[in-house]
Each structure stands twice: as C-alpha cells, then as structure tokens.
Design a protein around this ligand. Sequence first.
Ligand SMILES: Cc1cc2nc3c(=O)[nH]c(=O)nc-3n(C[C@H](O)[C@H](O)[C@H](O)COP(=O)(O)OP(=O)(O)OC[C@H]3O[C@@H](n4cnc5c(N)ncnc54)[C@H](O)[C@@H]3O)c2cc1C
Length: 472
Amino acid sequence: MKSLVWFRADLRIDDNPALREACKLSDEVHAVYIYSAMQNEEHSEANCKTEFIINNLKLLQESLDELNIPLIIFDSEGFHDNPKILLEYVENHSINNVYLNNQFGADEEQRDKRVEEHLKANRINVHTFDEKVVFAPGTILTGDGRPYSVFTPFKRRWIENFNLDLLDIEFAYTQKKPPSLNSNFSEFNFNFKKSHNVDMSLWPAGESEALLRLNTYLDKEIFKYAQDRNDPIIDGTSRLSAYLASGIISPKRCILEALKINNFQLDSGEKGVVKWIDEIIWREFYKNIMFSFPRVSKNKPFQEYTNNISWRYDEKEFQAWKNGKTGFPIIDSAMKQLESEGWMHNRLRMVVAMFFTKNMLHDWRLGEAFFMENLIDGDFSSNNGGWQWSSSTGTDAAPYFRIFNPLTQSKNFDSNGLFIKKHIIELSDVDKSEIHDPSESTRKICNYPSQILDLKQSRLRAIEAFNRVKNT
Ligand SMILES: Cc1cc2nc3c(=O)[nH]c(=O)nc-3n(C[C@H](O)[C@H](O)[C@H](O)COP(=O)(O)OP(=O)(O)OC[C@H]3O[C@@H](n4cnc5c(N)ncnc54)[C@H](O)[C@@H]3O)c2cc1C
C-alpha cells in the first residue's frame, strides 16, 4: 500500500501518529509540506518563526530520507488551493491513503474539511489524528456534558481521566521501499526575506535539539520551577514553547519524560514537576477552548459583554509600546526581549498585555496580532488565551478591576533590575534604587523617555470602561 503524510505543525518523527500509522500500514510512504508565504502573512506568522520552520523542515527532510520517505514541498497561495495540490499529488503517484494530524483554529478546521471532502469524493481515504493534546479535543467535559470554561476543574477532570496508556508513544520506525522520487527540499525556493532581529542561535533547529533541551531541563532546572518561574532574569523555564508550537516535540513526550522523574505522579511528588505539567495542561485547556468555543478564533471575545467596550486608539502610544519606549522600564525591557529573542518570559507577557489593554485601554486584538507577528513560539490558542486572560475578556480571565501595577511587578519580579539592565542598555548604569522608575533627571541623562501615561488615572479609566458595559 502507498500512503501520503501531510506535515503541517508537526515537524517531527517522534510521537507523530499520522506518520506512525502510515508507516505501520504502507510499504511506500511519501510526505508533503505546503508552504505559503501569503497564508503566513494572513495569519500574522512571525518572520523568525518562518525561518525556524524552514530550518526544521531541512532536518525533518534528512530524517525522512533515512526512512526512504521523500519530503516534497509545494508552494501555495493559501489554504484555498490545498485540496487541489493534494489531489493532484496522490493521483500522480497512485496513492489512495492520506494521513494528517489535526490543527486548531477555525480556518485550519475549514481547510481540512474541504480537503477531506475533496479527497473522499475522489475515493481517497483520509485518516486524521490528534497529537497536539493528550485527550481528543472536546472530550474533557463537565458532569452534564458541557465543555469547561475554567481551568482548575478542567485540570481536575483531565487528571481523573488520565492513565499511562495515553502516553504509549514509543515506536521503532523501519525503512520503507526506496522511493521513486527524491525530496525537492534543496531546489525549493522559499523566497524567504529576513526582516527580524532575533538571535536564531537561541533556537537551534531539529527534534534532537528539542529533546536535548527537554532532558537538560528535566535534569535540574525543573526542580526549582515552582519558585523560579516568575523571575525573568533567572530564565527558570524550559523555553520549549517554540518547539511545541511548530510540533518539533510533542506534549505527550514532554509529559512522559517529566513523569519519569516524578515516579509517574501527576499531582504529587516534586512540586516543580507538578507545576510544569500544569502548564502543559493550560496549553491543552486553551486548545479545548478554541475547539469548543470557535468564536474565540474568529476575533471575538469569550466574555460577550466585553464586545461593547470602547477601546481607545492612540498611534503614538501604540508605537511607544511596540518599540519599548513607554517610559516604564519593565514594559520596555520585555518588548526589547521580544525583539531580540522572538520570545518573552510568561510573567512579562501578562504584564505588557495588561498594560496595553488596561492602562493604555487598547483593543486586545491589536496586541494579540503584534505578538503573533513577533513570537517564534506564536501559537494561536495560547496567544489568544493569554491576551484574553490579560484583558479580562476571556475564559477564566483576570477580574477586570485587578490590574497589575507595572512598577510593583517590576520590584517583585526583577528586584535588582538586572533584567531591565540587560535589555535596556541606556539604563545599564542606573542605580538599583531608581531602576524601576528613574527620576526625570536620570531619564534625561540616559536618554530614556518619560512615562507615556499616568498609572493611577489610566487604571481608573479602564475600570470605568468595563463598568460601563458590565452594567448595561
Ligand atoms: C499575552 C500572552 C501571550 C502568550 N502567547 C503564547 C504563544 O503565542 N505561544 C505559546 O506557546 N505560549 C504563549 N503564552 C503562554 C506562555 O507565556 C508561554 O507558553 C511560555 O512563556 C513559554 O515559555 P516556556 O516554554 O519556557 O514555558 P514553560 O514555563 O517551560 O512551560 C512549558 C510549556 O507549557 C506551555 N505553557 C506554559 N505556560 C502557558 C500558558 N500560560 N498558557 C498556555 N501554555 C503554557 C508552553 O507550551 C510551554 O512551552 C502566552 C501568554 C500570555 C500571557
């Protein structure tokens, strides 16, 4: 039997159910990746993420070559031409089984539905799998069969339903029949134009790199995760998000390896391990929210009353936020981290998103898009979930009247200002006593801007804006 595996955000061999099942049942396997610069632009994919994906595709192609599976890259104008590309390929190579792993998001689901209909109408079998989550989407439900909209009970049910068989992912691949064609990777022109300033040496490509990162993290840092995870200068988190977002490593692999160092206990034992697995469950929670409440992937807030909020728009403030020139060192250093690393520490993502949507009272959708355009780990459901949490428009969100004070956050989580100094060179000589909020004279000397807004007044303005729509 001949099969085709359609790779998307699952660029790996390990724990890849579509590839595994195709290899189990077929003696000849082909692989396809459909590349579309236009589609990436439409979905605000970051330029650094595209480069990361291209680097990973190269290594994926080499691993597939060893199994005699040719990886063919196609150029596409967008999701709409995918059914045609795939049908032509399977017809030209007399293939009648297509394997793929599901993706989340309304556009992706609609594309896959059209692909499946088109292929099935031409007597091609389509086999789909879930590898982004441990439980199939929409199957973790409340007692009366409804999807959860609050994380803690979702997690409780997730743990109740869990058993180790779900992590039965080991599979020994063997070589397929030598293919009748070779991968076109080296001739394919991605026409990639670099427009980012990210230090890509922070993000080495390949699944062996992802696995090494996981194992190194599980060796030591994870045991201090519960206390270190909020301190951006310590860098006490795994930085696996870029690899998870593009599918260079699977969440099941992460959980399985973490459980191995915790006597297979999910909610007891090492605090750091339990807390870290919690975060992977958060990821799954947001994927379920996107699946069960599709409005959140169509630019709509989860809390429908927040549709009526009158967001402000001020071009100067927006530019100051984007460029790390708000005059609040913790916000500006976080935005500089985003620019130079394509990644931002989780605590700071919450701080800058809350500042943007509450103090600046700007629409969360603008911030969400800017993050997607710049994050190497851009993940539609986690990013949307994070922005809607911070702006109090989402499920299980921060109450709208509890607004982080960026200066307090700065003192609590960067007490010596080392993170600020690392990312804002102009402030590198400023004394610890004023690093969180330099005096006007220090700002002048350092050529660092004044604050773009008044924290107290802007906080009240945000609460009023929410009160107005909450009470109507
Ligand atoms: C406004 C905002 C936007 C965000 N955008 C994204 C995004 O585009 N992509 C993304 O992967 N995460 C996003 N997050 C979640 C979180 O900030 C990152 O997953 C985390 O910082 C990644 O670093 P890490 O790999 O070192 O995480 P670790 O702390 O090591 O956690 C392990 C893994 O768990 C998952 N995870 C951790 N925290 C969260 C969380 N709060 N929500 C969902 N999953 C989580 C990630 O996959 C992460 O790699 C966002 C959070 C906020 C507040």
